[in-house]
Design a protein. Structure first.
Length: 120
């Protein structure tokens, strides 16, 4: 697994930490998520999207349906990033953001973390 970079964004007291990985093997996704869950025990949500070869996956991790994993997956598709994984760890700050702001926040933190990647 190759962590390319990470990025943090704070919106209404919630903290969003994005990680961008290049994958050598699809099985790395499970290990990366396991490590991040260990590292961020108090995080409320750990959402992700990946593309590897002809397979893809995403998870909203208990966020409202399609407000988290889907925006991240769409970024991977739009940027044509293959063998890539974006994970966003969210620490809930006590203020609900609403579906629209939540989607935009996941999209923005994801876009920031893949910006300037020259490896694809």
């Amino acid at each position: 697994m190759n962590l390319i970079k990470s990025n943090t964004l704070e919106i209404k007291k919630s903290k969003f930490i994005a990680y961008y990985y290049k994958l050598d093997d699809q099985k790395e996704v499970v290990n990366i998520l396991k490590e991040l869950r260990k590292e961020h025990k108090k995080a409320k949500h750990i959402v992700y999207a990946y593309r590897f070869g002809n397979t893809a996956g995403k998870s909203d991790d208990k966020e409202p349906n399609n407000t988290a994993g889907l925006p991240l997956y769409n970024l991977l598709e739009m940027q044509n990033l293959n063998n890539s994984l974006i994970v966003v760890v969210r620490y809930f700050g006590g203020i609900k953001l609403g579906a629209g702001l939540l989607m935009r926040t996941y999209k923005n933190v994801g876009a920031n973390v893949i910006k300037n990647d020259q490896s694809h």
